[in-house]
Design a protein around this ligand. Structure first.
Ligand code: ZN
Length: 342
């Protein structure tokens, strides 16, 4: 069988496939051909020649970078194989955000699976993670790759938000959530928990929320918080309501200017009290779009690869764990990864 490092190699531009002549999630400069796992900016950059991705990822990239984000695009649904210079490529759902995919490479009897970012717990805004069997090399992310990271039940975190809303009906609940994926997921979870009041959103969330609604993910009534002159009166209307905004808007006064705000933040990092405190978060919500330690290790055991390559985040602990399990494992140390997108 082919040596795995002949099919995929870590390079400064990202993981490169020599026989297929393409990159997986290249983030340093433009390349001729890229296969992209999902739309987060630390995986999907504009300006490449040809881009192959799930149709939802292509649509998200067009939302963010404009329709001409690549010279050519090719949409690939989950489970649909395509040949690139003799390398068979197909996508399996990653459960991370809408359109997110694991990238599977089959070549000369060797199967390598790149998870991209993934999680295993329920997300009402995207297809659930599907483990790929008969995999020789699993390339796993490790954002939360330490045994200390064990994310709580998402429904419980949403209940905490709703409980706070009921307890403080005069206060504006400002929820910081990353603009792609997390924001829509928090909104959809609130709807599933029975919260049917309008939800106020920062204007930078408008386009992506509209895209999610257009593919059938019901986010209910969303009201964009106006800027400028009308802002003060409009903000008064947010008392006792939920406002969802991207993390950047919490760095200035945007969130603090709402009447009597409760600053909440939805992120896997909220399990670290120090991080919540640094951000001035009163209500930390531990809601992550990445696998926690148990999900990471369970996935390796389920997929049962003969080799584990680890990338993005805390690589060493997962590598060590895999070695103790009797597997070959290596850290990849790819650059350009942003752990805040979690
Ligand atoms: Zn991501």
């Amino acid at each position: 069988m082919l040596r795995p490092d002949l099919l995929l190699q870590p390079t400064p531009k990202g993981l490169y496939c020599p026989p297929g002549d393409f990159y997986l999630d290249p983030v340093r400069g433009a390349v001729d051909r890229a296969v992209i796992s999902h739309g987060h900016s630390d995986h999907a950059r504009g300006g490449h020649g040809k881009v192959l991705a799930h149709p939802d990822t292509l649509a998200i990239m067009a939302c963010r970078y404009g329709a001409s984000f690549a010279k050519a695009t090719q949409a690939l649904d989950y489970g649909e194989p395509v040949s690139i210079n003799g390398v068979t490529v197909w996508l399996s759902p990653a459960g991370h955000i809408l359109g997110s995919a694991q990238v599977v490479l089959d070549y000369k009897g060797l199967r390598m699976v790149f998870t991209g970012d993934y999680k295993r717990r329920f997300d009402p805004t995207c297809a659930s993670f599907e483990p790929v069997t008969n995999t020789h090399v699993l390339i796993s992310e490790a954002t939360f790759g330490l045994p200390v990271f064990r994310h709580p039940d998402t429904g419980r975190e949403i209940e905490r938000l709703l409980h706070s809303l009921a307890t403080f009906p005069e206060r504006t609940h400002c929820v910081g959530a990353y603009s792609l994926g997390k924001a829509q997921r928090v909104i959809r979870h609130l709807r599933l928990a029975g919260h049917d009041a309008p939800i106020y959103i920062h204007s930078s969330l408008e386009k992506l929320c509209a895209h999610y609604q257009s593919v059938g993910i019901d986010l209910g009534v969303l009201v964009t918080v106006p800027a400028g002159e009308q802002a003060k009166a409009a903000r008064e209307a947010c008392r006792g309501q939920v406002v969802v905004a991207p993390p950047g808007s919490f760095e200035g006064k945007w969130a603090q200017n709402f009447p009597d705000p409760v600053i909440a933040f939805a992120s896997g990092w909220m399990s670290i009290k120090q991080r919540a405190k640094q951000r001035g978060v009163e209500l930390p919500l531990v809601i992550s779009d990445h696998a926690d330690w148990d999900e990471l290790t369970r996935t390796v055991q389920e997929v049962n690869p003969s080799q584990l390559w680890v990338t993005y985040g805390r690589e060493d602990a997962l590598v060590r764990w895999a070695e103790l399990e009797g597997r070959r494992a290596r850290p990849l140390r790819l650059v350009g990864y942003d752990e805040e997108v979690s």
